[in-house]
Design a protein around this ligand. Structure first.
Ligand code: ARG
Length: 418
């Protein structure tokens, strides 16, 4: 009887299934080992924060240092931050140091004290307390050769928790989540905003329906556009909500008073600014806090990047939305914006154009009163404009027109004390 030749080999090891399973298992084990190594070497780390009161002996305190929007404040803070950064970059903690941030400058006697928060990443075996000595030593060495900043040699550091750090940065103006966690990397993009991305954004509502945007500038005050109150001027009709969703807001507060600029002129849109006082002070949190205000002298740089946010319609004539949207635009010089192919002279002093000359990204109906913001070199966000008017929405050569905040800096201080 004929028997067909055996096709299977007599060696077990050459059985294709056995080979497959063996290779699979080996690859799996190697991958796991590599994974664990990477995990322990690189990712098994935690953030540690320190706080320090750095007293600068040879800088005399002056009023310019009381607001983060001034050039003086920015320059001094940057010098302190880069001095600390350089000290750690040149030390054996260079791979552990993440960032130093000046939270506040204040007066002490005749000199200046900077509140500084520093972030490190240490492996889990260490903690903030055990590394404190080393951090302190490097800082001490820096104090001895700090160049032209003369620092109090008895400057010490304290270990603070993640929560302390978050609280400190939430009280400061203009901090987004990436600054609050003092991360090295930053995220921005997409068109739908996430909770906490624009913590100063307010929805001003009439009888519970979104009507205009607003901007939180202190615990008690919201800036917006004067034209928002043309049909509804009674403060009792208005509430302010916070959080990215107008459908399920994080917080709702009644409006107490509305102050409209005395020279607001509907026909020309001049002085389209108003200040709204809330019924009670809001407690700042990571997701709800104030934006920074620029100094009156701060110049606007044409073609620099800015962001506009709001619940306004996505197309001209469309409905407002319930999830906060964000758009990236550029500032446009008044000259260019007043060209005959654009607004032909309608851009008056106190107004500012921003958009893309190709159209596409713009504020629209329902965004009015909302913020146009820019990030400064220290990653703080400043209010540069308030959504005011425009020809339809996103039309080429017809960018959005905003109330220029620097022009109203004194008015804001006078009305709100901020
Ligand atoms: N006036 C509009 C409002 O009440 C805002 C217009 C902004 N338009 C523009 N194209 N940027 O919501």
């Amino acid at each position: 009887m004929y028997r067909p030749p055996r096709v299977t080999s007599n060696s077990r090891f050459l059985n294709p299934w056995v080979v497959f399973v063996t290779v699979f298992a080996v690859v799996g084990i190697v991958a796991m080992i590599v994974g664990l190594l990477i995990h322990f070497l690189a990712f098994d780390q935690k953030s540690c924060f320190y706080h320090s009161n750095v007293q600068i002996m040879n800088v005399e305190y002056n009023d310019q240092l009381s607001s983060p929007g001034t050039q003086e404040y920015r320059i001094l803070s940057e010098r302190i931050e880069s001095m600390i950064t350089n000290a750690f970059r040149q030390s054996n903690l260079r791979n552990r140091f993440i960032r130093a941030h000046v939270v506040r400058l204040r007066q002490e006697g005749n000199s200046v004290v900077a509140d500084v928060v520093m972030k490190f990443r240490f492996s889990r075996r260490n903690n903030g307390e055990s590394m404190k000595g080393m951090v302190q030593a490097i800082l001490q060495q820096m104090l001895n050769n700090s160049g032209n900043l003369e620092i109090n040699p008895s400057t010490g550091i304290t270990t603070i928790t993640d929560q302390d750090t978050e609280n400190i940065l939430t009280q400061a103006c203009g901090a987004r989540p990436d600054l609050i966690t003092l991360s090295a990397e930053r995220v921005i993009g997409g068109t739908q905003a996430e909770e906490g991305d624009w913590p100063w954004q307010v929805s001003l509502q009439v009888n519970g329906a979104h009507h205009c945007g607003g901007i939180l500038i202190s615990n008690l005050w919201v800036l917006t556009a004067a034209h928002c109150f043309r049909s509804y001027s009674n403060p009792q009709q208005w509430t302010a909500t916070f959080g990215v969703s107008t459908r399920s807001p994080r917080l709702r507060v009644r409006v107490r008073t509305i102050s409209i600029h005395n020279n607001y002129t509907p026909a020309t849109h001049e002085n389209d600014i108003a200040a709204v006082q809330l019924e009670r002070a809001v407690t700042f949190t990571r997701d709800i806090h104030r934006v920074c205000l620029p100094a009156a002298t701060q110049s606007v740089t044409p073609s620099s990047t800015a962001y506009v946010t709001g619940w306004g319609s996505l197309t001209y004539g469309g409905n407002t939305v319930t999830q906060l949207q964000q758009g990236q635009v550029r500032l446009i010089s008044t000259n260019e914006c007043n060209a005959s192919a654009s607004y032909n002279g309608a851009i008056l002093p106190g107004m500012l154009c921003a958009g893309l000359l190709t159209g596409a990204v713009d504020a629209c109906q329902g965004d009015s009163g909302g913020p146009l913001v820019q990030e400064d070199s220290r990653r703080l966000w400043f209010l540069v404009g308030i959504v005011s008017w425009g020809y339809q929405c996103g039309v080429p050569n017809m960018p959005g027109v905003y109330t220029q905040v620097t022009a109203y800096r004194d008015w804001i201080r006078q009305e709100t004390g901020v």
